[in-house]
Design a protein around this ligand. Structure first.
Ligand SMILES: Cc1ncc(COP(=O)(O)O)c(C=O)c1O
Length: 366
């Protein structure tokens, strides 16, 4: 038996579109990349989408676009993938780690305010595992303190807060197209904003600092820039998947419902509590168990690919041995999630029968 954690959606249709790009000879960023940006923009109802080569570089670019750098502080949840915080240091700013709410693993809105100082320039919350953020809370802080919100929406294509898509609510949001995500281009990222000046700056920055011009001979490089482009080959993969996003998302939501029904009331398992006024994408389906590492090992030995949730950053040397990183307040919620969160397999085409097998083996190990 082999039950994978996730399976990328790679069909003949995807392969055909990639072949077409390969045959065309236009391999770098171009027509397919523009089409992917447009498809995502329409889907999310956001004015600007900037494709990049991964989410991490997209986050770094977002901070730079907002002018964040040396002497500034950015508030980041302690429970997240290291990329969320690393980019803050990479642009020269200081990381301020705050706790997450252990019931849903999102940044604890109540503690953000205590971490704000005159140096705070932005909050970088994560819609972790596809769980929608509360923009009523974030917008209130933004207004009160005049700070930016950058959403690490790595896991969040298709997520909705109230009735709006993640990607249209923050100053800048950044999605990942890594193969753990249900829309994937291998490596890739999408940066979204409704602010034309930011989109304009980022489009130039990721493209060697190029200015607008009608022809190659009139090209001017107007700022120092870099190369964060997403190739046509990669974009072709994402573009086909975007055509099927509703089907892919609905399947995840249904699989999550099945798991919840199967696991509800099982002693030794607790489920995260999700906000009711939004749509969770179940990019990861997480549960909490006491003896997580032993259970994980046992399930893996049976061929069931399970995984931890993510990391408690303050417990890692990159962050605790770091003059430009501080922890604000207690981070007990983050530590709880780090030790007890377990991610179960979920992929398009997974049957209820396979889910039953996962649950059967899981319950035996409790
Ligand atoms: C919350 C979060 N932020 C950032 C990233 C980095 O994304 P990428 O691998 O596309 O750079 C990940 C990766 O999975 C993530 O989970």
């Amino acid at each position: 038996m082999k039950i994978p954690l996730i399976k990328p959606y790679i069909t003949d249709e995807v392969k055909d579109e990639v072949l077409k790009v390969l045959d065309s000879g236009f391999l770098t960023e171009g027509e397919q990349t523009r089409a992917l940006e447009e498809a995502v923009g329409q889907y999310l109802n956001v004015s600007h989408v900037v494709a990049v080569c991964n989410c991490t570089l997209g986050l770094e670019m977002a901070l730079r676009a907002l002018g964040i750098g040396s002497g500034d502080e950015v508030i980041v949840p302690d429970y997240t993938y290291p990329a969320t915080a690393s980019v803050v240091n990479i642009v020269g700013a200081d990381i301020v780690l705050v706790d997450v709410n252990p019931s849903n693993m999102l940044i604890d809105y109540d503690v953000i305010e205590k971490a704000i100082t005159p140096k705070t320039k932005a909050i970088l919350p994560v819609s972790l595992f596809g769980c929608p953020l509360d923009y009523t809370r974030l917008d209130a802080l933004k207004k009160k303190y005049g700070i930016y919100v950058i959403e690490d929406a790595a896991c969040s294509l298709g997520v909705k807060s109230q009735n709006q898509f993640a990607g249209s609510l923050a100053d800048i949001s950044v999605f990942s197209l890594h193969p753990r995500k249900f829309i994937t281009t291998g490596e890739g990222g999408l940066v979204t904003t409704n602010k034309p000046n930011l989109a304009h700056w980022m489009n130039s920055y990721k493209h060697f600092g190029i200015g607008e011009s009608e022809s190659r001979e009139k090209t001017a490089f107007v700022q120092i820039g870099t190369n964060y482009k997403l190739s046509n080959i990669q974009a072709a993969v994402g573009l086909v998947q975007m055509k099927h996003i509703n089907k892919l998302l609905e399947s995840r939501i249904q699989l999550a419902k099945n798991y919840k029904r199967m696991l509800l009331g099982v002693e030794g398992i607790s489920l995260p509590e999700y906000p009711e006024n939004g749509r969770h994408s179940f990019q990861s389906f997480c549960i909490f168990v006491e003896d997580r590492n032993r259970i994980m090992e046992r399930l893996r030995s049976k061929g069931i690919e399970v995984q931890i949730g993510t990391y408690s950053l303050h417990m890692h040397p990159a962050f605790y041995n770091n003059q430009k990183c501080r922890v604000s307040g207690s981070v007990k919620g983050s530590e709880y999630a780090y030790h007890h969160c377990l991610t179960l397999p979920m992929y398009y085409g997974m049957t209820e029968e396979i889910q039953n097998q996962v649950v059967h083996h899981l319950v035996k190990e409790l």
